[in-house]
Design a protein around this ligand. Structure first.
Ligand SMILES: [Zn+2]
Ligand SMILES: [Zn+2]
Length: 331
C-alpha cells in the first residue's frame, strides 16, 4: 500500500480578527457558500482557502474539511501525489471517513481506494476486479475502447515505493486508470451493463473475456469475498497496492480507529503452514471449494474495528486456543 512518511501539517485558521473579504462571494448566504464548498473538489477548495483569510476561516469551519485534514492528511497527500485530488470533494472524503464498511463487501474497510474515494478491505483489493488499476492500454483492450474513449478515463500516477503482496520496490511512476472508471464509462456509452457486455464480447468473442466481464459487472457487495469459492481465473495484479492507502474511520466523533488485526488468525495460519492443523479444524474454518491457504492468509490480513474484533474473537479458533493456553499458564 502507499505510505506517506511525512504528510504536510494541517494549517490552523486562527486569524478571526483580521479584516478580510471574499469579494463578490460575500453576497452569498453562508449556507449556500458552505454547500458549494462541501461539493467542490478538494484541490479547488484548498486554492479557495488561499485567496483570503476569510476564505480559509470559512473552509476550516466546515466539519467535513476539519475532520479530513485532521485525521487523514496521509490520504490527502497521496491523492495529491497521484494527481487525483481534483476528482474528489470534501463530502466524499468525509463520507468515507465517517463509515467503516468496505464499499464492495460487508467487512471493515481499512484502506481508501483512491480512484473512487471509497473504503476497501485487503481481500477486495486482492480479488475484486473493480478495485484494480491497470494501464490505459490494458483498459482499452479489456473494454474494447477506442483511443478517444480511453482519453476520457481519469489517469493517476503511481508513487514510487514498495508494493505488492511480496513487497517489491519500484522507482517508476506508472500511468494508471481504474477498472471501476472504465466500467462506468462503457455503461454510459452503451446505456446499460448488459448492452456493454454484449458489445464488448461481440468485439472480443472469447471465454476468458466473458468470465472477466462477468466478475467486473457482478454485484456482490453483500458477500464476503474471502469466503466465496475460488474463481480460478484471477489475473495477476502487478499494480497491487499502488492505488490504496491505510485510512482511519471516525464513526463516532473523536474516536478514531485505524483497524485491528487478529493474533489468533495469525497463529492459526502459522499452524496451518507448519502442518499442525487437523483436516477437521480446516474444514470448520474454510468453506468448501475454497483454497485453505488463500482463506487462512486472508484472515490474517483482515482488519477489524474494535467492536468487530471482539465479536470475532468469540468464535475465532486461534484466539480461543491462545486464550485457553494463557488460562493454563496463569492457572
Ligand atoms: Zn471488501
Ligand atoms: Zn481471529
Amino acid at each position: 500500500m502507499i505510505t506517506i512518511p511525512d504528510p504536510p501539517k494541517p494549517m490552523e485558521a486562527n486569524l478571526q480578527n483580521c479584516a478580510s473579504s471574499l469579494g463578490i462571494l460575500d453576497r452569498l448566504p453562508a449556507e449556500l457558500l458552505h454547500e458549494v464548498l462541501r461539493s467542490l473538489d478538494f484541490q479547488s477548495a484548498i486554492r479557495f482557502s488561499r485567496v483570503s483569510i476569510q476564505g480559509k476561516n470559512i473552509l476550516y469551519s466546515l466539519p467535513a474539511y476539519r475532520d479530513v485534514i485532521k485525521h487523514a492528511p496521509h490520504a490527502l497527500a497521496a491523492l495529491s501525489q497521484t494527481k487525483l485530488l481534483h476528482l474528489h470533494s470534501a463530502s466524499e472524503l468525509h463520507n468515507a471517513l465517517r463509515n467503516e464498511r468496505c464499499a464492495t463487501c460487508p467487512e471493515y474497510g481499512v484502506y481508501l481506494f483512491l480512484p473512487t474515494c471509497e473504503r476497501c478491505c485487503w481481500q477486495c483489493l486482492r480479488s475484486n476486479p473493480t478495485r484494480r488499476v491497470v494501464s490505459p492500454t490494458a483498459a482499452a483492450k479489456t473494454f474494447a475502447l477506442s483511443p478517444k474513449m480511453v482519453q476520457r478515463l481519469p489517469v493517476m500516477f503511481s508513487i514510487p515505493g514498495t508494493y505488492g503482496v511480496v513487497c517489491k520496490s519500484t522507482q517508476k511512476s506508472y500511468r494508471l486508470v481504474s477498472v471501476s472508471a472504465a466500467k462506468e464509462l462503457v455503461v454510459s456509452i452503451y446505456g446499460s451493463a448488459e448492452n456493454a457486455i454484449e458489445a464488448i464480447i461481440h468485439r472480443q468473442p472469447n471465454e476468458q473475456t466473458a468470465r472477466y466481464l462477468q466478475a467486473i459487472f457482478s454485484d456482490s457487495t453483500c458477500l464476503d469475498s474471502l469466503m466465496i469459492p475460488d474463481q480460478g481465473n484471477a489475473r495477476v495484479d502487478r499494480y497491487f497496492g499502488m492505488a490504496s492507502i491505510p485510512f482511519p474511520s471516525l464513526t463516532t466523533p473523536d474516536i478514531v480507529e485505524h483497524g485491528l488485526w487478529c493474533k489468533g488468525c495469525e497463529w492459526t495460519y502459522k499452524q496451518y503452514k507448519d502442518r499442525r492443523l487437523s483436516a477437521y479444524v480446516i474444514a470448520n474454518i474454510v468453506p468448501t471449494d475454497c483454497n485453505p491457504d488463500r482463506v487462512l492468509f486472508g484472515m490474517v490480513r483482515r482488519a477489524r474495528s474494535r467492536i468487530r474484533l471482539s465479536a470475532h474473537i468469540r468464535h475465532c479458533y486461534g484466539a480461543q486456543q491462545l486464550l485457553a493456553d494463557q488460562g493454563v499458564q496463569e492457572g
